[in-house]
Design a protein around this ligand. Sequence first.
Ligand SMILES: [Zn+2]
Length: 425
Amino acid sequence: MAAAGTTRTERPDGKIHGAPQALSGDAPVRQASLREHNLGLVLRHVGAAPRPPSRADIAAATGLTRATVSALVDDLITGRLLTEVDPAPRTGAGRPAAGLVLAANGPAGLGLEINVDYLAACVVDLAGTVRHRAVHRADQRPHSPAEVLTGLARLAATARSAAATQNLALAGTALAVPGLVTAAGLVRLAPNLGWRDVDVPGILGDHPALCGTPLTVDNEANLAALGELHAGPPGPANFLYISGEIGIGAGIVLHGTLFRGARGWSGELGHVPVHPDGPACRCGSRGCLEQYAGQEAILRAAGLAGHGLSPDAAIADLVERADSGDPATTAALTGAATALGVAVAGVVNLLDVDTVVLGGVYAPLAAWLRPTVEEQLRRRVLTAGWSPVTVRPSVLGGDAAVVGAAGSVVRAVRDHPARWLAAIT
Ligand SMILES: [Zn+2]
């Protein structure tokens, strides 16, 4: 493939004139690094452009020479990252130039999710479009980790076939789990699944549905927050994404970046204490938020627990009852929202995020939860008087974690296209 960054000249000492410091700090910048940087620059420009830009448009916008842009674009087209589209009609003189878009039949991400009451898989292409989605609804708690992962691998195999049928090449897999995950993918603790020290890559990594591409494992609220961050037009750069399921997780986004904490275990909002002497929690403590605002706690308070309904049907029933003004349901949702607002007010006071996103089962319940959560934030957040906190439902709804997981794979390709190009050559 053609070398890029040809506007720069190499000195006898191997350093490069005019190389931006931001590329590598005090270290010398290699020609290959420049090419990697510029490939990413061109791909990001096309991904963010409001209409398909031509090579000349990209050169004008990035400051690269037309020859350099052309060489980079050729590489990106060969690597199935960009596609040329018909030029827009032009009224002025000169031949209209072809526009460039992210390839719809190039690399894609496979997202997987394990939750307490379902398994999910989806495939997202380079432009962020969901091309395949499947959910298997069943309580996972009676099953061993190996059994759950076998079920998940079946969903992954189907997703892989669907991707191949659509001429997509899977660049990797990201798995969302409701628990504490180490950087190596070891699930240290998932209290609601009853998992402790489960080596997910060790069990799943060699499965035919996944082998051959990288597998990452991450907390579901973290991946959902990333999904929310990259969904649609740019939204807030500082927000708390709350994943309301049987457990309650949170993804913290600060300055447009996921804040993981020292060991990657931030966001355990469900185990923030609301009442020190409250009901016992699966984590071993008492009075955790989860015991007041988790999905099962809400259904119990509304008198809907033990009706034999699937979780989806139970939430649909809850929405219907709330819509009709059923007093027990209204009281249950107000109680959950009060506890949620108290816990979230502590987070907002501490981190100064300006937006709270209600995700998971909280998304369809947002109309009833939001007023009380907002009321608690108004009462308890010191700065709320002159800078109210926005509370809104998730754009991606219940799919946020699995779509965010697949999107994280695609995002890695978009951020580092040179790695993808090197992997396929
Ligand atoms: Zn707890």
